[in-house]
Design a protein around this ligand. Structure first.
Ligand SMILES: Cc1ncc(COP(=O)(O)O)c(C=O)c1O
Length: 387
């Protein structure tokens, strides 16, 4: 089946009994009934295909996990109550005291802080590495390295990392490669087919796509996912059935949504590329982007996030932000509605001037998650704000 067909039909028709519903029902129950002690024993021995308790597994959640695995082209997937629950479960399960994680310095703030502030308490060592290091992992991976964690495209500069190259270097060294594929989504960037061991996504973003679910997802081979599923039972971060239902519904239209996000973002980026009020436009689909060649080699679409660097720096960016009429002032990305955030007040909040320079982030940056409105309305809104 092609992706559009797969995402609609995978995981559906789980109720084929007396109430054969077309769509996945919401199994809003904390626990499940057994007929006999024999059945409980069979369940515990893995011989009964049933459910015990919704912190372990829930039929609605399992059905949507099958959809996520289909999106990602992976053998298995797990859903979590947030992207951060997926990240914390991964780190706590796969790393132990004395292990080292190599993490891209250009990473989501929550990921940085959990590695820097929390994992170090458990004796996990970390090195934050540059894009240049990621391109030359052979010389960076050390004897204690167990995991490499990175993103591509990176927020808010949308710099890109050669995913196949990272996967190959990790494979050669026997190190686990983990990508946060939230910004691209697997429909644009199918990382499982590029040799990545584990893909993490904030399902809050493009997977759900309607800004009404907080969730996280992990996908990979069955052998990579199995210990994470076991640990999720203990750490307790599984997604609830109601958000899982909404997520499954969102995924059915994901190919349409992602294609339109890509098309709208490219239109906006191209329109503003040489605008006199801007220093530059950051979008990997533009030939002027420093990593356009890498992006072209691994992405079928360039995603929905565009960053404008406004001439006049911070004050000018603040004025543009306040003038927007259709595009809403809000954090996050990946929803049907266009939203806009200022990196120095969100993802890069509190960084010194030097740290901002190192991250390639300027005070005039305005990050826009381009939604599914008509692109001409978004362009008009940005034009009037810039004026
Ligand atoms: C790239 C990226 N990774 C992870 C997360 C964390 O996901 P969540 O907010 O769903 O916990 C976010 C949230 O903004 C993100 O942008």
């Amino acid at each position: 089946m092609k992706p559009a067909t797969k995402l609609i039909h995978t995981g559906e028709r789980i109720d084929t009994g007396a109430t054969p519903s077309l769509t996945v029902p919401i199994y809003e129950t904390s626990t499940f009934v057994f007929d006999s002690v024999a059945d409980v024993i069979k369940y515990q021995e893995g011989k009964l295909n049933g459910y015990l308790y919704s912190r372990y597994e829930n039929p609605t959640v399992v059905a949507v996990e099958q959809k996520v695995a289909a999106v990602d082209g992976a053998e298995a997937a797990l859903l979590f109550s947030s992207g951060m629950a997926a990240i914390s479960t991964t780190l706590l399960t796969l790393l132990k005291p004395g292990d080292e994680i190599l993490c891209s310095a250009a990473i989501y703030g929550g990921t940085f802080h959990i590695i820097e502030d929390l994992m170090t308490k458990f004796g996990v060592e970390r090195r934050f590495i540059t894009l240049d290091d990621l391109a030359n992992l052979d010389r960076v991976i050390g004897p204690k390295t167990k995991m490499v964690w990175f993103e591509s495209p990176i927020n808010p500069t949308l710099r890109c990392v050669d995913v196949r190259k990272v996967a190959a270097a990790c494979k050669k060294a026997g190190v686990m490669s983990v990508i946060d594929n939230t910004f691209a989504s697997a429909l644009n960037q199918p990382v499982a087919s590029m040799g990545i061991d584990l893909s993490m996504q904030s399902a809050t973003k493009y997977l759900n796509g309607h800004s009404d679910v907080t969730g996280g997802a992990l996908s990979g081979s069955k052998s990579v996912i199995a210990p994470l599923a076991k640990a999720r039972r203990l750490l307790g971060g599984i997604m609830d059935p109601i958000p899982a239902f909404a997520l499954g519904r969102g995924i059915k239209t994901m190919p349409l949504r992602v294609a339109q996000h890509n098309a709208n973002a490219l239109k906006v980026a191209q329109h503003f590329e040489n605008h006199t009020a801007l220093e530059c436009v950051h979008y990997p689909g533009l030939t002027s982007h420093p990593d356009h060649a890498i992006a072209k080699g691994q992405m079928s679409g360039f995603g929905g996030v565009v960053t404008l660097d406004i001439k006049g720096g911070r004050d000018a960016a603040f004025r543009v932000f306040d003038q927007l009429k259709i595009i809403k002032r809000a954090a996050s990305l990946g929803g049907v509605e266009s939203i806009c955030s200022l990196p120095i007040l969100t993802s890069q909040y509190g960084l010194t001037d030097d740290e901002l320079v190192q991250a390639g982030v300027s005070k005039g940056m305005v990050r826009i998650s381009i939604g599914l409105e008509d692109a001409s309305d978004l362009i008009a809104d940005l034009e009037q704000a810039l004026a």
